[in-house]
Ligand binder design. Structure first.
Ligand SMILES: [Zn+2]
Length: 104
């Protein structure tokens, strides 16, 4: 089971201001400290932010990822719909159409 980090919103108890709590990924996040029943909030783990994501995850999150393939040539590995797979310097038509992505 993963370990989640929680923070006391008010005064900390013997667990400390921040503490780790092991729970199932399907459990609801804690709102109360298991020790003192004070209010707590879940801290978004820094690990998740720095964890590399797959290209399809990035695409689903709305990111565009370009990978340099050659001098002035970038592959859009998160190409959506009719996006051009490759971007080439000096060819504006190969730039992903972000306005279309945003309106989707
Ligand atoms: Zn507590």
């Amino acid at each position: 089971m993963p370990v989640y980090e929680y923070e006391h919103i008010n005064a900390p108890c013997s667990l400390g201001q921040m503490f780790d709590f092991r729970q199932s990924i399907s459990d609801e996040p804690l709102t109360q400290c298991p020790q003192c029943a004070g209010r707590v909030r879940k801290i978004i783990s820094r690990i998740n932010i720095s964890c590399p994501k797959t290209n399809s995850e990035l695409r689903d999150l709305g990111f565009t990822k370009l990978v340099k393939r050659d001098d002035g040539v970038y592959e859009n590995v998160t190409a959506r719909g009719n996006d051009s797979r490759y971007m080439e310097r000096g060819k504006p038509e190969t730039i992903p159409d972000l306005s279309k992505t945003i309106s989707d």
